[in-house]
Structure formats: structure tokens, C-alpha cells
Design a protein. Structure first.
Length: 206
């Protein structure tokens, strides 16, 4: 057949074919390199806290921490630690794809600790205001200080007992106790959140 003949003279089959190269879409990156197409069938783990979902989780964890704190067995910040761990677990249940780093867990625990302290203090403040429990709280404060002075050989403890028996000293002691309790809630709950996040990450990798 002659070159350029469009159809075969015998069977009339077309003889001219055009080859088209198949192109694959590519996506340039910042440095000009070609990256593979993005898959839309999966989503990457979320690595930031979504507080709209975190607040209910931390509120519930703080409430549990406040309840555990007033139980005698949960001494030395154990209830606060549990509250921090629960804040991570409860948030992870609400955000299944969340990748919770220890720093994120610490922030969740700190918020849970602050909410737990507030939930613990508000009923006490309302009780003192409505039922006039101020004198009873002051009497219990004096008893606690007297018991601590009896176990100590420091002569300054007796001076502290006499100071607490005054209204000004009692108010000062109660204020310092509240500040130390708030700091303990923040520290122990934040530590519990960081530990809970680290353990959860380790379990996911296993």
C-alpha cells in the first residue's frame, strides 16, 4: 500500500491511526516537585484539640475528679490524676480519629482540673452562704491545725494555732488552702492527662 492511503483498496479498512499519550494529572508541591494524587477515601488523624468536643469530656472528667477528691481513699491527688486520665479517654471516645500527644493530654487534664476545682468549690460556697456554715468550717479548720501541731515538735505550730483561732487568721488559712487545692488540681490533673495520652498512644502503636 502507498504511504498516506486512508483506506485499504481491498477491504476498505482505515489505515491512518493517531496515537494519543495517556496523561496522569499531577499536583505540584511548593518546591515544584510532583506529588501523587490525593486520596479521598481516608482522613488523617486530627492532631489538634477541638474544644467543642473536648469541653463536655473535660467537664465530666472534672466532676468525677471532684467526687473522688472528697472520698478518703482518693488522697494525695489520686482522684485528680484519675480525672486527668479520664479527660483524655472521654475526649478520645468523642473524637475517634484524634491523635492525642502528651502535650494535648496535659492541656485536657488542666482544663478538667480547673473545672473539677470549680465544681468542688461552688457547692461549698453555696452551703456556706445559704446554710451559714462559716462557723463550722472555721471550727474544723482549727481542729485540723491543732491536730497538725500535736504531731509536730516545731514551736511555730503553736503560734499558727493561735493565729488560726482569730477570724483574720482563719480566713487567711482558708484562702491559702483554696489556692493550694487549685494548684494541686491543675498539676495532678495535667500530669494525669499527659500520662493518659502517652499510654493511649503506646497502645495504638502496639
Amino acid at each position: 500500500m502507498q504511504e498516506g492511503t486512508a483506506f485499504c483498496p481491498h477491504c476498505n479498512a482505515p489505515q491512518i491511526r493517531v496515537a494519543v499519550a495517556e496523561t496522569v494529572p499531577s499536583f505540584p508541591t511548593i518546591e515544584g516537585e510532583v506529588s501523587p494524587p490525593v486520596s479521598f477515601f481516608g482522613s488523617a488523624p486530627v492532631s489538634r484539640i477541638e474544644w467543642a468536643q473536648a469541653f463536655p469530656a473535660t467537664a465530666l472528667a472534672g466532676f468525677i475528679a471532684a467526687i473522688l477528691t472528697i472520698i478518703p481513699v482518693a488522697t494525695f491527688g489520686l482522684g485528680m490524676l484519675v480525672g486527668g486520665v479520664l479527660s483524655v479517654i472521654l475526649y478520645r471516645r468523642r473524637k475517634f480519629r484524634a491523635d492525642i500527644a502528651p502535650g494535648m493530654g496535659a492541656r485536657l487534664g488542666i482544663v478538667a482540673g480547673m473545672l473539677g476545682f470549680a465544681m468542688l468549690m461552688v457547692p461549698l460556697a453555696l452551703g456556706a452562704a445559704i446554710f451559714h456554715l462559716g462557723d463550722e468550717i472555721r471550727a474544723r479548720t482549727i481542729v485540723i491545725v491543732e491536730q497538725a501541731a500535736a504531731r509536730s515538735s516545731d514551736p511555730q505550730m503553736q503560734h499558727a494555732v493561735e493565729m488560726v483561732k482569730t477570724p483574720e487568721g482563719s480566713a487567711l488559712f482558708l484562702g491559702l488552702t483554696l489556692i493550694l487545692t487549685f494548684v494541686a488540681f491543675v498539676i495532678f490533673s495535667g500530669l494525669g492527662g499527659a500520662v493518659g495520652a502517652a499510654l493511649l498512644r503506646r497502645k495504638q502503636r502496639l
